[in-house]
Design a protein around this ligand. Structure first.
Ligand SMILES: [Zn+2]
Ligand SMILES: [Zn+2]
Ligand SMILES: [Zn+2]
Ligand SMILES: [Zn+2]
Length: 402
């Protein structure tokens, strides 16, 4: 990608406006005889551009992206901004009062934006739509949904930014939970959200390598997730948000540290448990499974899991840690999903700062006896007992309404 992970350009235009390009005049100050015979440009002579070589774009002053949102990490690219033919969303155009030409920074941003937009428009070609695209420090997003019932989401462009900000909010939590930093990630996760099933089908095959009319994802070094906003399944707007959080958590975990998805190397418990942990944390309950048949989902009660795990522990019917740690994501039963969540919940809340080391060990296929000893200093038996005690002390026996 154009920008290394963690780089930010800042809000559109802001950082660019401060730039004065020294390279434009510095070569002319020497006495090299081979220089072209043009007169050196005097400093301070252009009142219009302040000698930066570029001025604010007026063509898109009223139409372009002015999204500032509530997110701490602003968009780096936005297709609506980039659609301005004059400035490509850089908000700077060449000064017509002098011949300095746009600053190096503006030129670079133009080139980068052009390349980015071309890449995004290829996605449109494949799917057969003109979607809105955005990119922030840690995500790319492709959005073809007319509107969502969320503040700022009444247009496709607004909806895209709302969801991009939400992705960055998830990322901030993920960094803390996994004790990770930007450079631990192999690439940005690309999230695609579609209003029509037809879009989903085309995108899922082309970009996630799976034929899915609902939700699909590509895990590992360069993750992609594609979700159909199916109103018959995701009735409320927050359910789309919840689906995105769940799927993106899978992607981030598969990407961080090594690009290894634990879900198909018998680490299904951490793959699903973490995705559910964000559902419970943000939305109060679990609605989302991957790969589980609809009839199995109905047989197993969705909703708050604290109560169910607590009564499992109290009645001695709980699923033991080693019983669920030997399975791939596709092999986990609904009940195993619930206990996978609880073990992840316990690790994150009772052992802050250790979950990242546990995840690394799972991805490296370390044995659980060694991993727990090394990271937490406990035996398997001690871990099991400590989890059960913590569940009894922590989980609520009452079913709290949303
Ligand atoms: Zn000028
Ligand atoms: Zn413009
Ligand atoms: Zn925008
Ligand atoms: Zn899942």
């Amino acid at each position: 990608m154009i920008f290394p992970l963690g780089s930010t350009i800042g809000a559109w235009g802001c950082s660019i406006a401060l730039w004065i390009a020294p390279t434009l005049w510095s070569p002319l100050q020497g006495d090299a005889p081979s220089l072209p015979a043009t007169a050196p440009i005097e400093l301070g002579e252009c009142a219009r551009c302040g000698d930066s070589g570029d001025v604010e774009c007026t063509a898109c002053a009223k139409t372009t992206c002015t999204w500032t949102g509530e997110g701490k990490t602003p968009a780096v690219f936005c297709s609506q901004a980039a659609d301005c033919k004059q400035c490509l969303g850089t908000r700077r155009v060449a000064c017509k009062s002098c011949e300095r030409g746009p600053s190096v920074a503006t030129q670079k941003l133009r080139t980068d934006t052009e390349a980015w937009l071309a890449k995004m428009r290829k996605i449109d070609e494949v799917v057969g739509v003109k979607a809105v695209h955005g990119e922030s420090a840690h995500f790319r997003i492709t959005w073809n949904i007319k509107q969502v019932d969320a503040k700022g989401g009444s247009t496709p462009h607004g909806g895209m930014h709302v969801y991009l900000d939400r992705l960055e909010a998830l990322y901030a939590d993920f960094l803390v939970d996994l004790s990770a930093v930007d450079k631990d990630f192999c690439d940005k996760t690309h999230v695609m959200l579609w209003q029509s099933e037809k879009d989903q089908k085309r995108a899922s095959i082309a970009f996630t390598g799976q034929d899915s009319s609902t939700e699909s994802k590509l895990m590992g070094k360069s993750p992609v997730v594609s979700i159909f906003y199916d109103k018959s399944h995701l009735h409320e707007e927050f359910e789309l948000h919840q689906a995105m959080v769940h799927q993106t958590a899978h992607c981030l975990l598969s990407n961080v540290f090594d690009g290894i998805w634990p879900g198909n190397i018998k680490g299904g418990w951490i793959d699903c448990g973490l995705a559910h942990a964000y559902e419970v944390r943000y939305f109060g309950s679990v609605r989302h499974y991957c790969y589980v048949e609809a009839d199995t989902m109905q047989a197993f009660q969705f909703g708050r899991w604290e109560q169910a795990v607590l009564s499992g522990v109290q009645s001695g019917k709980d699923l033991r840690f080693l019983g669920i740690t030997g399975r791939n994501t596709t092999e986990l039963s609904p009940e195993e999903h619930m206990y996978a969540w609880s073990y992840c919940d316990y690790l994150m809340r009772a052992h802050p700062g250790k979950f990242g080391a546990i995840a690394k060990g799972v991805k490296a296929r370390e044995s659980y006896a060694e991993l727990l000893k090394r990271v937490l200093g406990v035996t398997l038996g001690e871990f099991q007992d400590a989890w059960a005690k913590w569940v009894k002390d922590t989980y609520s026996p009452k079913k709290k309404p949303r």
